[in-house]
Write a protein that binds this ligand. Structure first.
Ligand code: PHE
Ligand code: NA
Length: 453
């Protein structure tokens, strides 16, 4: 093994990290996953637990990850090992880095399929497939798009190739450049959609659905889903934020950037909910439609809007780009680890990773057609990848990281790296020692039926 002697790349612009990290955070998780799991778990109570998890767990974990990345200046495996060694502790903790890297890779394997839906729907918008279609037709179009593995595989392959093209170009020329121009556009599109939602007649019902916290209406399964989603939506415990943090210039404030990224991500998720549920309710669709939710409801809304095709095209362009700014962050950990340790070029690392990724994402893609009944305990490949990462790997990886930061490392190391005021530091320390670990453990214990809360 050789270690790269060159200084590590850094973000070029002042906003480089914030844009890249926000690009990573804001993605299909906000616009596709948040609405459909909120629908499945019944609304308000789920949203409340999710917001609590963002505050109590997500924000402290994100700060910790960035601090690890910047201190260790490497991929999750190398950065964690270096920081741990600096404290004179065993390298075994770098297993956390391995799990994070694997997790990012597994997420992209199913994420590529969903991003592929977005690309396919952009194409359908462009070619007028939705003209005159009603709510039932939308379901039919979604099903038909999935049925043919060659069709669906074409789109997921396209996503893998696009992701690897960007990552292969490098941190500044690939990642930073691609994220710096599409984030604002997405917010504008969502605002327009909410505007439409207000007038479609279902807005009041959607508002109540999202924000009336009906205590007791959330199952422990739902709480675990809310915790997992808090990790997923902020791109935590999957190598993404930690690796991006490894390119962060020494002077940047970790706390401020974390708050910006978390606020932007939460805002977009709530906006997406407020844009999508009115359409669902106004058209008598079910909020518990599952993964196809936005692909069935949004084309319907666009169709009824003046200039709807134009908005529809813009929307799916934005959604596809939001997906890409996230997908590139999922493999950056792997690509950076390969280039740092295996003596190969970034381009070679990207394509090597891409080939393995393509194989796994194709297996996930087949879950919607040929492999629909390759199931284990009722879950197909796609479901397993989603379930293992969001429910287990991310919360457990986050737990390991905060325990490591809170109890194992020499306290000066991260204090130095975070550079907070004494009071803010005490708050962070309280969060990583008690708040976040207890939050994660309580939700796990409840879900495993160990204790009722
Ligand atoms: N945060 C992204 C989203 O909400 C998903 C993601 C998960 C990105 C893990 C990177 C790592 O869509
Ligand atoms: Na997100």
């Amino acid at each position: 093994m050789t270690t790269n002697a060159q200084p590590r790349a850094q973000w070029l612009g002042r906003w480089g990290f914030v844009l890249a990290a926000t690009g990573s955070a804001v993605g299909l998780g906000n616009i596709w996953k948040f609405p459909y799991i909120t629908g499945e778990y019944g609304g308000g109570a789920f949203v409340l637990v999710y917001l609590a998890c963002i505050l109590a767990v997500g924000i402290p974990v994100m700060m910790t990850e960035i601090a690890f990345g910047r201190r260790g200046r490497g991929s999750p495996i190398d950065a964690v090992r270096r920081v741990v060694n600096e404290s004179g502790r065993a390298s075994a903790w770098s297993l956390l880095g391995w799990m994070a890297m694997l997790c990012g890779f597994m997420i992209l394997s199913f994420y590529a399929v969903v991003a592929g839906w977005s690309f396919a729907y952009l194409w359908k918008m462009l070619t007028g497939v939705f003209a005159g279609a009603g709510a039932d037709d939308m379901v039919g179009i979604f099903v038909a798009n999935n049925e043919n593995p060659l069709n669906l595989g074409f789109w997921s392959t396209l996503v893998v190739v696009a992701t690897m093209l960007i990552v292969g170009k490098g941190v500044q020329a690939g990642i930073e450049r691609s994220v710096s121009w599409m984030m604002p556009g997405m917010v504008v599109m969502l605002a327009i959609l909410i505007g439409y939602g207000v007038f479609s007649g279902g807005f009041g019902e959607a508002w109540r659905f999202l924000f009336s916290f009906n205590a007791g209406s959330l199952s422990s399964e739902g709480m675990l889903a809310a915790l997992g989603h808090a990790f997923f939506t902020l791109s935590l415990a999957s190598g993404a934020i930690l690796t991006y943090g490894s390119y962060l210039p020494a002077r940047a404030s970790i706390a401020r950037t974390t708050l910006t990224v978390a606020a932007a991500d939460t805002l977009v998720a709530l906006m997406a909910g407020l844009a999508i549920f009115p359409i669902i309710f106004a058209n008598g669709m079910s909020p518990a439609e599952g993964p196809g939710l936005i692909f069935m409801s949004l084309p319907l809304a666009f169709q009824a809007m003046p200039l709807g095709t134009l908005f529809g095209i813009l929307f799916f362009v934005m959604l596809s780009m939001a997906a890409l700014t996230s997908s590139i962050s999922m493999v950056e950990a792997t690509v950076s680890w390969l280039t740092d340790n295996k003596g190969i070029s970034r381009r070679a690392a990207a394509w090597g990773t891409g080939i393995v990724l393509w194989v796994v994402s194709t297996l996930a893609m087949l879950s919607f057609n040929l492999g629909a009944d390759w199931t284990l305990a009722g879950r197909n490949v796609f479901d397993w990848l989603d379930y293992l990462t969001a429910r287990w790997m991310m919360p457990l990886g986050g737990l390991g990281l905060v325990l490591l930061a809170g109890f194992v490392l020499k306290s000066e190391i991260l204090r130095d790296e975070l550079g907070l005021s004494p009071r803010a530091h005490a708050l962070w320390l309280f969060a990583v020692r008690y708040l976040a670990p207890l939050g994660i453990l309580v939700i796990f214990a409840d879900a495993l039926g160990v204790a009722r809360i």
